[in-house]
Design a protein. Structure first.
Length: 331
């Protein structure tokens, strides 16, 4: 009788999901490391039973947005469980799909040759290298989008996997910047190859320096958030050097025809997106109200996608101008 009563008490006193997450405390045995108790086999969240945490439940390595209070997935330690979260709604869903959708669209268009066919239809005399440059821009954009979607999917996996994919996310952003510069400079300095190669080398150096800075483990923390943003913005603003140079050499009428208006629109989209991301608007204005949709990171993603559309429009505009004015083309 006594044994049965004790057993019933123990079963009632332990909730079903007791060990479904790692319990972290502010104090640890000597080195600040999180305390992790035993885990149960049913700890992995499933689409049928998503397990959400609040910001107060998160370990420090999750580095949460302080104005997003709920909707956090539990630590999965399973790639399958993390990707299964595509099937239910949580506070990373908008971040995932805002880049997964455009990335997938680009992959499909590239795989089916739709982009090439469209440009070839406009320009039957399209040269192979010019087509390759256009494809390079689309590939770098797709890579950036898909790596970003993967990072936001796997951010709940474990500290090791989350940090690794965060670094890959940075690499994806730098890759997109390089793709934009290489393609824009190719058509902007189409007839002056020495200048084109000079600016290609310059942006490769700046991109490599930015990537090195971002991949240094010491700059991962939230206290370096503004520096990381400044490194991206600074690399992007370097585009004004070749734009100004081209305007000085050939006048504003030339730059207006080689896609620069679209590139300026692209820059505007990125600046607006950076503003929302850095200021954490709108969730800063109403903490907890934008946990599942509409928060600043999603806004940033949307403006990045719009910037890619603007850049592609600029490339097509520049291609049309170059092919309509065959003053330096050969073959």
């Amino acid at each position: 009788m006594v044994f049965d009563a004790i057993l019933r008490f123990r079963l009632r006193s332990k909730p079903d999901n007791y060990s479904a997450i790692d319990k972290y405390t502010s104090e640890s045995p000597g080195n600040g490391a999180p305390i992790q108790p035993r885990r149960r086999q049913d700890a992995t969240p499933t689409p049928a039973k998503p397990a959400f945490l609040t910001i107060a439940d998160l370990p420090p390595w999750r580095d949460p947005n302080p104005f997003i209070l709920t909707g956090y997935r539990r630590q999965s330690r399973s790639f399958a469980a993390s990707f299964a979260s595509w099937l239910y709604w949580h506070n990373e869903s908008c971040n995932i799909y805002s880049h997964l959708i455009p990335g997938t669209v680009l992959v499909i268009l590239l795989g089916q040759g739709a982009l090439y066919d469209h440009v070839r239809g406009r320009r039957p005399d399209l040269e192979s290298f010019d087509a390759a440059v256009l494809a390079l821009q689309a590939v770098t954009a797709a890579f950036c989008f898909l790596v970003s979607a993967a990072y936001h999917t796997l951010v709940d996996h474990s500290p090791e996997v989350a940090h690794r994919w965060l670094q890959l996310d940075y690499v994806g952003i730098i890759t997109l910047i390089l793709g934009n510069f290489v393609s824009g400079l190719h058509f902007g300095f189409y007839c002056t190859e020495p200048l084109k190669y000079f600016y290609w080398a310059l942006i490769l150096f700046l991109g490599s320096a930015t990537a090195t800075l971002l991949l240094i483990p010491g700059f991962r923390g939230p206290e370096w958030r503004s520096l990381r943003l400044a490194s991206f913005v600074g690399t992007g603003l370097s585009a004004f050097a070749p734009i100004g140079h081209a305007s000085w050499l050939w006048g504003l009428s030339y730059t207006s025809r080689i896609g620069v208006p679209y590139y300026l629109l692209e820059g505007l989209f990125l600046v607006i997106g950076c503003f929302f991301w850095e200021r954490r608007i709108p969730e800063r204005l109403a903490p907890g109200k934008f946990d599942f949709c509409g928060h600043s990171h999603t806004v940033w993603h949307v403006f990045v996608a719009l910037s890619v559309v603007a850049h592609i429009c600029g490339l097509v505009s520049a291609l049309d101008y170059v092919y309509d004015h065959e003053w330096c083309r050969v073959g």
